[in-house]
Design a protein around this ligand. Structure first.
Ligand SMILES: [Zn+2]
Length: 95
């Protein structure tokens, strides 16, 4: 499997952040998303609301790299990925 977070990932992230409307809700937690820490601060929002990841509609773990993707908070995206990984590992451990 090729590394999914190389240059295409960074380019996609830059494009999505360029198009982001400030304050648009995160698809995972519904809190607003901002392009930069300065922009978040200007809205009185905490810094983590401007820390964004590309969130693959189909999980990278299931071959979703390069598929449809949207922005989500890094915190939300990574928590979701970890929950799925933990569930997979738990199921394997049960066998
Ligand atoms: Zn979020």
């Amino acid at each position: 499997m090729t590394y999914p977070y190389g240059r295409p990932y960074r380019r996609r992230r830059a494009v999505l952040i360029g198009m982001l409307q400030p304050g648009i809700p995160c698809p995972r937690c519904r809190w607003p998303m901002f392009k930069s820490a300065d922009q978040a601060a200007a809205h009185g929002a905490p810094r983590w609301l401007s820390e964004l990841d590309v969130d693959h509609v189909q999980r990278v773990a299931f071959g979703g790299a390069g598929g449809d993707s949207v922005l989500a908070h890094a915190r939300c995206n990574r928590a979701g990925g970890q929950a799925i990984t933990a569930a997979i590992l738990r199921r394997r451990a049960d066998r």
